[in-house]
Design a protein around this ligand. Structure first.
Ligand code: MEV
Length: 440
């Protein structure tokens, strides 16, 4: 049977499933059963999900968890997190509780500017291009008015458009480099629509510009697109307390813990191999909230990692210090988020997540998300520099191993109790299941 098909998107959902199941699977009936068991009985809700993308055949579930007790600028939050990794929500909750007793998290939004660019080719005199740009700039903004009117009424819109000479990188390459304020919208559609309008006006007006030669009039628009690099859409999150208040148990003093913690952060600041994993831990928290609130985690990931490498070497996003007996741990990260538009008004669970967060503005959401990242990083470093990561991680992973072996509820109760004081490893769990099922 051919594994290619023409017009797949035109087929009905059930015909798509038939074709996939019959073409790629040994047991077509079982494949259909697995796909269908994730359909929602509520037909309207299922249709909503079907229509989010093309060629939907089923729904892909992730757990939605909640990490309570987050005190952020003296307001309490229970943070929704959509993530599959067993220990992330538990770690966030632990960090939240730890800092709840020590004054909570402090956050500030530093800036909210987003960037978009029209990339174009021009072969001619740069001075003439500059004077054309200056003369056409008001028209670029005026022609985009139908797109920007509503955003402007609310206080946002186009902030500026610059002409950038990039010919030292590529012969004939220039940009219209535009900055935007998109308020509570992530702004991708707004920015891209404005850019495409700029490109249209720019190209048409160039043909009319009397200062250009015939060749110079032929500006080639290569592409118009927002940038997911948003170093000027920045939020800061911080925790701090007296060093002695860090201690929770007698095994390690607050001072020794703080020093080791700062050392671990210093390592991530200088060593890229460690920095990537350190930042991955931060993104465990960030992505989970970004996803739960219907935002674009790929955009956030791309922008955050680019920011982590902004000095030419990939480095830690977070920093820590001890000064005058006070431990401070903080992070500044770029986050382009929205609380209106996109999925936010459509996906029932996204609406619920935003309501749980007191219906935040985009600025408030930036602060909550940054806190989730910092908390996750704190929890990871705390385990890494004390007990090691596997103790907590494997404890949370225990349930996955039990499920893999189809443990019954009764078996789970016995084995969870057994592993409460025994180190969890895959082989230890397998052995314990075997012993339970086949006692000698
Ligand atoms: C695992 O998902 C995340 C950690 O590796 C982060 C870190 O090493 O800092 C625990």
């Amino acid at each position: 049977m051919s594994k290619t098909i023409a017009g797949f998107s035109k087929l009905s959902k059930s015909k798509k499933i038939d074709w996939i199941a019959n073409t790629y699977f040994a047991n077509a009936e079982n494949t259909k059963k697995v796909l269908k068991q994730y359909w929602n009985d509520n037909e309207k809700l299922q249709q909503l999900h079907d229509e989010f993308i093309e060629n939907t055949i089923s729904n892909y579930y992730l757990p939605l968890g909640v990490a309570p007790n987050f005190l952020i600028n003296n307001t309490l939050y229970a943070i929704p997190m959509a993530i599959e990794e067993s220990s992330v929500v538990a770690a966030a909750s632990k960090a939240a509780k730890f800092w709840l007793d020590r004054g909570g998290f402090k956050t500030t939004v530093i800036s909210t500017t987003k960037i978009g660019q029209v990339h174009f080719m021009f072969h001619g005199n740069f001075e003439k291009l500059k004077s054309f740009f200056e003369s056409v700039k008001p028209k670029l903004i005026a022609d985009a008015k139908p797109l920007t009117k509503n955003m402007e009424t609310r206080g946002g819109g186009i902030l500026d458009i610059e002409l950038r000479d990039k010919t030292t990188d590529i012969d004939g390459y220039y940009q219209l480099h535009a900055s935007f304020e998109t308020l509570d919208a992530m702004g991708a559609n707004f920015i891209n629509s404005c850019l495409e309008q700029f490109a249209k006006t720019f190209k048409t007006e160039a043909i009319e510009f009397s200062g250009f030669s015939e060749e110079e009039k032929q500006i080639e628009i290569v592409m118009s697109i927002l940038s997911n690099y948003v170093p000027d859409c920045l939020v800061r999150a911080e925790v701090s307390c007296k060093v002695e208040d860090l201690s929770e148990n007698k095994n390690i003093s607050g001072e020794a813990f703080a020093e080791k913690f700062v050392r671990a952060v210093n390592i991530a600041e200088t060593e890229p191999y460690r920095a990537v994993t350190h930042n991955k831990g931060i993104m465990n928290g960030i992505d989970a909230v970004v996803l739960a609130t219907g935002n674009d985690f790929r955009a956030v990931e791309a922008g955050v990692h680019a920011y982590a490498a902004r000095h030419g070497k990939y480095s830690s996003l977070s920093h820590a210090k001890i000064e005058d007996g006070v431990f401070t741990f903080w992070m500044e990260i770029p986050l382009a988020l929205g609380t209106v538009g996109g999925l936010t008004g459509l996906h029932p669970l996204v609406k619920l997540a935003l309501e749980l967060l007191h219906k935040p503005s985009a600025k408030e959401l930036m602060q909550i998300v940054a806190v989730a990242g910092l908390a996750q990083n704190f929890a990871a470093l705390r385990s890494l520099t004390t007990t090691g990561i596997q103790q907590g991680h494997m404890k949370m992973h225990l349930m996955n191993i039990l499920n893999q072996f189809e443990a019954t509820d009764a078996e789970k109760v016995i084995l969870i109790e057994h592993f409460a004081n025994t180190p969890v490893s895959h082989s230890a769990v397998v052995k314990a299941i075997e012993n339970l099922r086949n006692p000698e």
